[in-house]
Design a protein around this ligand. Structure first.
Ligand code: DPN
Ligand code: ZN
Ligand code: CA
Length: 429
């Protein structure tokens, strides 16, 4: 990833570059580095050979897992990290979490990133989850080589026994005293980021408390810069963010897809093969170094770097005013409806990260095209997600829009049969 200009794509077909906002902006974090994907692949080659020389896998309770932990830990120790092995027991065997902290920044203000290091017993687990493990390792090593001095404390976690039911990450969170939990301002998870027929999925805990770190935006922004469309998805409790989300810590993550089949719409926007799984070798013996899409691995690792740099170095801007329209608006089949919000008393332009909250109840959200219209009529588009209801908050690059005036949420139901209601929507300046 080398592009650093953020582009907003408007439905009119125009593409505008948004520069520095005219209004007061938070301090700009130092530019995140472009991580050479060859370095990430070198870690994957190591994990592959550790599996090969240890019975073909890196599973909990097997020697290939211990060898993986030792490899990652040695690299981090050599780079100046403070590392800890946390042992736990599962299925009668000892497993370990590896925790690595970069010893700078405010120890009471922690941002965490992690992924699981164990494989299933069936194979070497190179996409699942050598990919996230290797991406995290290379970003951690780059933090050290660039001698990053963040405001927040950066803590990385490589979890054990995820494949046995999120055992390691759950053990870690459950053993944190309340005061330690409270220091963790956010957790981002990277599990399967190099799928051979990749999608670009972002997930994030919904209903984050106001003022909490905007993880979803931070995970989406690098893909906007790269010109790669993402889909917001819900992975529920399928990976290690779940333990953090369960205790109220804001979470998010990136994912390139597992056993689910890529649709033709997804193949059109991302390339690859429709009608085929994102990862045909998911949990299988063929999840080797051949089971990696290098472009997806590259983009996602750059996105990890962007997230780490942004979350650890940026200070939170003071929240501006918030406006909401709580009135229900029915969305009849095959119709277009609008709900207005009158904004007053906000000087100058809207922010480049105008936060749009939408709560739309619908029996099939794939029917919907959701736009925010600025007071002058400029359209800011977002397509639906992959769930039924759309209850989410996302960022719109609205830095070129005058804030005051009537904003509109426009919802078009474009397919027959399913209907719904705009339950509420909001604008956070
Ligand atoms: N948790 C993954 C696995 O190890 O099998 C699969 C997965 C990752 C599913 C991320 C959803 C999201
Ligand atoms: Zn798995
Ligand atoms: Ca419909």
């Amino acid at each position: 990833m080398r592009t650093r200009v953020f582009l907003a794509v408007l439905t009119a077909g125009a593409v505008i570059a948004i520069g520095t906002p005219a209004t007061a902006a938070p301090p700009v974090p130092p530019a995140a580095p472009d991580i050479p994907v060859a370095n990430v692949q070198a870690h994957l080659n190591q994990l592959q050979s550790l599996a090969t020389s240890n019975g073909g896998n890196r599973a909990h309770g097997r020697p290939g897992y211990r060898a993986s932990i030792d490899y990652v830990r040695a690299r981090l120790d050599a780079a100046g990290y403070v590392t800890t092995l946390q042992p736990f027991t599962s299925g009668g065997a000892t497993g370990w979490n590896l925790i690595a902290e970069w010893p700078r920044g405010d120890a009471n203000d922690v941002i965490m990133a992690g992924g699981h290091l164990d494989s299933v017993t069936a194979g070497p687990g190179i996409n699942d989850n050598g990919s996230g493990s290797a991406g995290l390792l290379e970003v951690a090593l780059t933090v050290a080589s660039q001698d990053l001095t963040p405001t927040k404390r950066i803590r990385f976690g490589w979890w054990g026994a995820e494949e046995r039911g999120l055992v390691g990450s759950t053990f870690y969170v459950n053993n944190l005293p309340g005061a330690e939990r409270a220091k963790i301002k956010g957790y981002v998870n990277f599990d399967m980021i190099g799928s051979p027929n990749p999608g670009y999925f972002v997930y994030s805990s919904s209903g984050q408390p106001a003022g909490s770190i905007e993880l979803q935006h931070v995970l989406e922004a690098p893909f906007v810069a790269m010109g790669v469309p993402t889909e917001l998805t819900s992975v529920g409790g399928r990976s290690d963010h779940a333990a953090f989300a369960n205790v109220g810590i804001p979470t998010g993550g990136l994912f390139t897809g597992a056993e689910v089949t890529k649709t033709s719409a997804q193949a059109q926007k991302w390339g690859g093969t429709a009608g085929q799984a994102f990862d045909r070798c998911y949990h299988a013996s063929c999840d080797t170094t051949s089971n990696i899409d290098v472009t997806a691995l590259d983009r996602n690792t750059d996105a990890i770097a962007y997230a780490i740099w942004t979350l650890s170095t940026a200070t939170t801007p003071p929240a501006g005013p918030r406006f909401e329209n709580p009135t229900d608006v029915a969305i009849p089949d095959l119709s277009t409806v609008e709900s207005p919000i009158e904004v007053t008393g906000v000087p100058g332009n809207a922010p480049t990260t105008l936060r749009v909250g939408v709560d739309i109840r619908h029996t099939y959200i794939g029917d919907l095209v959701v736009d925010v219209l600025a007071p002058d009529g400029t359209v800011h588009n977002r397509s639906g997600g992959s769930t039924d209801n759309l209850n989410t908050t996302y960022s719109v690059n609205a830095g070129s829009e005058v804030a005051n005036g009537t904003w509109r949420l426009r919802v078009r139901d474009a397919a027959r049969a399913d209907t719904g209601t705009i339950s509420a929507w909001s604008l956070q300046f």
